[in-house]
Design a protein around this ligand. Sequence first.
Ligand code: NAD
Length: 238
Amino acid sequence: MTMVAILSGAGISTDSGIPDYRGPNGMWTRDPEAERLVTYGPYMADPEVRRLSWRMRLDGEVLAAEPNVAHRAIAAFEKSGHALRVITQNIDGLHQAAGVSERKVLELHGSARAVVCTACHARSPMAEALARVQAGEDDPACRACGGILKAATVMFGERLDPVVLGNAMSIAKAADVFLAVGSSLQVQPAASLAGIAAEHGARLIIVNAEPTPYDPVATEVVREPIGTALPALLDRLR
Ligand code: NAD
């Protein structure tokens, strides 16, 4: 059976109301300072950065977002019995919310639906931490040990989980078709998965509004909006 691997980036979730980082209306494009709020060093060193970061999450779009037509098309593709793995750079949990099996999704950059203590590593739901912020705690501490809490995402300056990355590389090597969807393919090592897949003989198909550094090694580049292009592409692969 043909094994289809999908590497998704922020562009798959813009139709769900979550801005990407580097697209024309992206968070970094609009406010380059926002990057400090998700960089490990400043976050740990400066309580003001943490206060702004919690505030951004409280006002942000991620927890309220719903899966869109592209997330649902991927879930339907899996349901129809195809061999599918999803590797995502996204932290929004929308592939699982759309119905893709948890065990088929690798979250390279972690999840914004949970928080983790930087001292004792205890994990708890993001909604719980945000409820504390809403109730007036501007920098909620770990209830177990008093340590600094952060989103369970991989911040700039943090390493990816080597087990998750190793699994993603194995999937890229084994894939017959590798779809890179909604990623500028600029963040490493996630982006290199597209190159690894192509080197190992996969058909690399890139669906993205803007050019990426991997376009020259792709079998096919689709520049149309993901909401229409991806469902059509998955239909073609059935
Ligand atoms: P990116 O912002 O670097 O690139 C997104 C790309 O998607 C852009 O090139 C843009 O042109 C394209 N795009 C946006 N909407 C599109 C649409 N509807 N149709 C076609 N193309 C579209 O995103 P990235 O490569 O994923 O890297 C950003 C990093 O930021 C990731 O590592 C991720 O962890 C994080 N991030 C996650 C989310 C999320 O979870 N939804 C949102 C923003 C950033």
